[in-house]
Ligand binder design. Sequence first.
Ligand code: PLP
Length: 399
Amino acid sequence: MIQLSAAIQRIQPSATLGVSARAAALKAQGRDIVSLSVGEPDFPVPDSARKAAIAAIEAGNNHYTAVEGTPALRRAIADKFARDNGLSFTPEDIIVSTGGKQVIFNAMIATVGAGDEVVMPAPYWVSYPDMVALAGGTPVPVPTRAAEGYKMSADALEAAITPACRWLILNSPSNPTGAVYTAGELAAFADVLRRHPQVWVLSDDMYEHIRYGTAPFATMAAVAPDLAERTLTVNGASKAFAMTGWRIGFAGGPRELIKAMVKAQSQSTSNACAIAQAACVGALTGDMGFLAERAAVFRARRDMVVARLGTMPGLTCPTPEGAFYVFPECAGLIGRRTAAGQVLASDEDVAGWLLDNGVAVVHGAAFGHSPAFRVSYATDTASLTTAMDRIEAAIATLD
Ligand code: PLP
């Protein structure tokens, strides 16, 4: 039998990818499943990106690029950070990776080791703790409450930071809760961080363009320019441009950190796909009018899903301010008996029972908050309505 490394034994497979694969397998067997488990927009890739990709193929762009990304893409990313976020980077301060996921992975593997702690508000994106653990570090989740919109307070941040803390990971808008931090809230975190110069900030801004409030988007390096020298600002093409399968993520940050991340990437995947990089230049320099239109569509779906879940007995559902997820707590379903005679003991049981009832969601434990589950509303309204009908009907059958 193969002997597995201590590192791989410390981590779990991605729960979101696992549920999506289970839902797909059931569908392939002919089962009627509405999958609300995936984190990908159901919109087409922008014309600007498709045309740039086709041109790159026709031009024979078949070769390795620089590990850190093509000069054209890093220039376009620097321009994006200046235009959208007021951040000043040169292309040397930027890395392009195979998805936002690899950007964050590179950062953790390049900086975190045994004894290091990484603070993150919980619920958190599934992959953060496992990436930290794979690097040898210890994730430090800071619990938040639904009643407070799943937002961490500055006091809770202060209490979580020890001398061993290396990073704070912030994700706004948040996957899985949709919580969005205001500039004022980030400024309060910055005040805490100024007292702890050993702590760096990873600002995961993947859902920047999917927001429903009127306040401008806030990111740490812009809110607290004095902390920019220890902030990594992460973004990518997956969510904004509906390019999840093209695998382009990027980050801007202090050059020494970027260099270390490029070094890690040079010994794993080398560069991100050359054609996808060309496509991303097209997307970042092309028309972006569709972003606001898509946010409006997501908003209408959010309103519908929150209104429906909000009336279902056993669920508590705060209204998210961004991303395309809602994260209802389901304490009122725990301990209830299903029509098949199973007592729902955990949110994993709830998710399994909902799957039996034709709806795939991801259990809250995967995001470090129970009992709850995550619903992705990045799917068409008819499917969402069917899913809400099924959840409501299933709850009505509980003892
Ligand atoms: N960060 C967050 C919060 C995400 O939700 C995701 C994807 O689900 C990522 C990063 C990674 O994105 P990518 O698909 O570009 O690797």
